[in-house]
Ligand binder design. Structure first.
Ligand SMILES: [Zn+2]
Ligand SMILES: [Zn+2]
Length: 141
């Protein structure tokens, strides 16, 4: 079975993921922009049963703008947010795609918060685009 290993910048936190991610999403919401310090977040979703986490993390809990409680786990040494959990989806784990440093990692299949996406960022053709909360729009360009 294929393995993907995500790690923080200093190497203290490692997340070993077995098999393919269930899906990959990019998100341009304000919370993700601030958390990552970048234009959007890029997250892969795995079942917790396929993931092994090693290393000590600190957890930052946030009720996001959309009311969803999220627990971000970051390395207390280098501050990389390697993974996060959403208590209302207890079987899943979101793993930051950048922490895999894998050019061949699966591309996103959905772009969340298109309304906040920086206008010069081009999303892959044909992926699902969610404009904001509660709406979904399939764009075919
Ligand atoms: Zn670290
Ligand atoms: Zn977001």
């Amino acid at each position: 079975m294929e393995k993907h290993i995500a790690r923080c910048q200093c190497g203290n936190v490692n997340v070993e993921c077995v098999g393919e991610s269930k899906y990959v999403g990019m998100c341009s919401c304000d919370d993700c922009q601030r958390r990552t310090g970048s234009a959007f977040s890029l997250t892969s979703w795995f079942d917790k049963s396929n993931v092994k986490i090693t290393g000590k993390v600190h957890v930052y809990s946030l009720t996001e703008h959309n009311g969803i409680e999220t627990n971000y786990s970051f390395c207390p040494n280098c501050s990389s947010t390697v993974f996060f959990e959403i208590p209302r989806n207890p079987s899943g784990l979101g793993v930051s795609v950048g922490c895999f440093t894998d050019q061949n990692f699966a591309q996103p299949t959905v772009s969340f918060y298109e309304a906040k996406r920086l206008p010069w960022i081009v999303v892959p053709k044909g992926i699902n685009r969610v404009i904001a909360e509660g709406g979904s729009e399939k764009v075919s360009d």
